[in-house]
Ligand binder design. Structure first.
Ligand code: PMP
Length: 445
């Protein structure tokens, strides 16, 4: 463990290689080293790097007009993007509002939820409940909704003290012998108890990721969970915010992961893959009933930002959506996802310390255990996932450390949605080589 932690410390201290360029799923640094981008950065670069169609669309828009302000002009790319997104989204999510990041998106959703109730005279409905083991962004409102033990303490007194519900995390929270359906019912019942304890008359919304990405390591909820959660929200008269910043725009093989159980959230937040990393932009989709209450209310709108809906960002996203459609990338996600899953399951069979391969589409995770029977996690201080990420980085493979304290033991594998079959094989070979190093250097002692 010791020799490698020097490398980790170097990177923690900010000594990163300098990237020079990228092509497809590969990135290159100034020393000429090649990396397979097996995490799309932070689940963002969905089309890979250096895609000329996107560069051309950006250049074309740049030469027309890059920026206009949303209270002075609308612009065609933003109008078209709003229409495209609401057409792709489930149910009556009929209006889009543009922001510039995932955090701004979840925070806008928070304000919109509060505004929706305020316009009906229910000014006391202001709490937003997330879940334990979740991340919704780094701004103070977004962090207040996040059950992210590691990122909260430094800002404790600045955060809203919202309670959190339980995670949907079968590997660690389901009872022995409990069926998927029973676990889904119990987990939602416990969430409901948390909302009731907080007093639903003071709760505006709950917020969840359909599959927990960075915080949990691709935690797929048990079947029926999202449907039950929707029913819970209706029962308690609170709104459902779906954070699809990671899962949205094709990552799971569908345009939106909410659609899997035919669940229509009241607010749906996207970011990251929306522009595939070619522009900083996010979007919040709102259900028609919210739009009506807010639009026909007191005029105190949830507001936006200077760059909200700027033509350059919107044109970038339109080019990304065109690319995804024209090249039938969602079908590729499903096929390459199956291939990746098969490879990961083979590794779980070979390495007893690799457990709970989970995910969907091209969003996969697993975690490290000391013993497959007891599922005991390595000591949090050992930071095994960070250590593993370093091993991979050494080999020229980028994967993402996940699983927040006190576990720190999960990994996300989420390559660009455009990855080819041969490139998935290269990814798996590099992963296996890094696992062999973990076997001999970490898990053999
Ligand atoms: N929600 C989720 C689910 C995320 O994973 C992230 C970023 N990791 C955010 C919100 C915040 O997005 P951003 O970093 O773009 O502000």
């Amino acid at each position: 463990m010791e020799s490698r932690s020097a490398l980790l410390k170097q990177r923690v201290d900010g000594h990163y290689p300098t990237v020079t360029h990228g092509k497809g799923v590969f990135l290159f640094d100034s020393a000429g080293k090649r990396y397979l981008d097996g995490s799309s950065g932070a689940m963002t670069a969905s089309l890979g790097h250096g895609v000329e169609e996107i560069a051309d669309a950006i250049s074309d828009q740049l030469s027309r007009v890059a920026f206009t302000y949303r209270t002075q002009f609308t612009n065609q790319p933003a109008e078209d993007l709003a229409r495209r997104l609401t057409d792709l989204a489930p149910g009556d999510l009929t209006t889009a509002f543009f922001v510039n990041s995932g955090s701004e998106g979840t925070e806008f959703a928070m304000r919109a939820a509060v505004a929706h109730w305020r316009e009906q005279g229910r000014t006391e409905k202001v709490k937003i409940l997330g879940r334990h083991i979740s991340y919704h962004g780094m701004t103070l409102g977004a962090l207040s909704m996040s059950g992210h033990a590691a990122r909260r303490p430094d800002y404790g007194s600045l955060l809203h003290p919202f309670p959190v519900g339980p995670p949907a995390y079968a590997f660690r929270y389901a009872r022995p012998g409990e069926s998927e359906e029973d676990y889904a019912a119990r987990s939602v019942a416990e969430f409901e108890a948390a909302v009731v304890a907080a007093d639903p008359a003071t709760v505006a919304a709950v917020i969840v990721e359909p599959i927990v990405g960075a915080a949990g390591g691709a935690l797929v909820p048990p079947a029926g969970y999202l449907r039950r959660l929707r029913a819970m929200c209706d029962r308690l008269d609170v709104l459902l915010i779906m954070d699809e910043v990671i899962t949205g725009i094709g990552r799971t093989g569908e345009w939106f992961a909410s659609g899997e159980e035919k669940v229509i959230p009241d607010l749906l937040v996207t970011g990251k893959g929306l522009s595939a990393g070619y522009a900083p932009i996010g979007a919040v989709l709102l259900r028609d009933r919210l739009v009506q209450t807010i639009r026909h209310g007191s005029g105190i709108a949830p507001f936006g930002h200077t760059f909200s809906g700027n033509p350059l960002g919107a044109a970038t996203c339109l080019a990304v959506l065109d690319y995804l459609t024209d090249h039938e990338i969602l079908a590729n996600v499903r096929q390459r996802g199956d291939q990746l899953e098969t490879g990961l399951r083979k590794m779980a069979a070979r390495f007893p310390f690799l457990a709970d391969v989970r995910g969907r589409g091209l969003l996969w995770g697993f975690e490290f255990v000391l013993d497959p029977e007891t599922r005991a996690a390595p000591a949090a201080g050992d930071n095994v996932s960070a250590r593993f990420v370093e091993e991979c980085f050494d080999q020229g493979l980028i994967v993402y450390p996940a699983g927040i304290a006190p576990l720190n033991n999960a990994v996300v594998v989420s390559p660009p949605l455009t990855i080819a079959a041969g490139e998935v094989e290269v990814l798996l070979e590099l992963l296996e080589a890094a696992l062999e190093r973990m076997e001999s250097e970490v898990f053999s002692v």
